[in-house]
Design a protein around this ligand. Structure first.
Ligand code: SME
Length: 157
């Protein structure tokens, strides 16, 4: 059996719709969380080729860098800091069309222009975030939010 991801060309909606069943298949038989987060980040990177895509996980009241694809990134983010720490504090997805206009944005890479952060919520607590960064301004919208939240809901904790 080939493990190759089938990369789809088409609208963003078509890309997500083709990707999500593949992500489900990748993670359904694997109980290890880090393995699954790593494959989700890799699958999203392969399909969308964003600058950076990955997870931060809450450990001792900080977000700590988890599985990701892209350039090296800052390792720890406090609650309320940056886009990630704000999404954690507010327990809601944040779409940032221009990171330079987000007060307190943490710049891990100077090429990042826009960002989306989805909090991972388990038993009404944030256990981590999914963060995506793009080299294009305003690259993320409500459709990304909907599908990325759906992908995050597939993760077993
Ligand atoms: N820009 C994020 C920090 C994480 S990196 O983008 C990978 C923030 O402001 O929280």
């Amino acid at each position: 059996m080939s493990d190759d991801l089938q990369i789809i060309r088409g609208t963003k909606e078509q890309q997500y719709q083709a990707l999500i069943p593949q992500i489900e298949a990748l993670i359904e038989d694997e109980p290890d969380r880090v393995a699954n987060l790593a494959n989700i980040a890799a699958a999203l990177k392969e399909q969308f080729n964003w600058l950076w895509i990955g997870f931060y996980l809450v450990k001792e009241n900080e977000l700590v860098l988890g599985p990701f694809q892209g350039p090296v990134a800052c390792t720890r983010i406090k609650k309320g800091r940056g886009v990630c720490g704000t999404a954690w504090q507010q327990m809601k997805t944040l779409i940032v069309p221009d990171v330079q206009l987000f007060p307190g944005h943490i710049s891990c890479n100077s090429s990042s222009k826009s960002e989306i952060v989805i909090p991972l919520i388990q038993n009404r607590e944030v256990v981590g975030v999914l963060d995506a960064d793009s080299i294009s301004l305003a690259d993320f919208d409500a459709m990304d939010q909907r599908f990325l939240e759906q992908i995050c809901s597939l993760i077993r904790w």
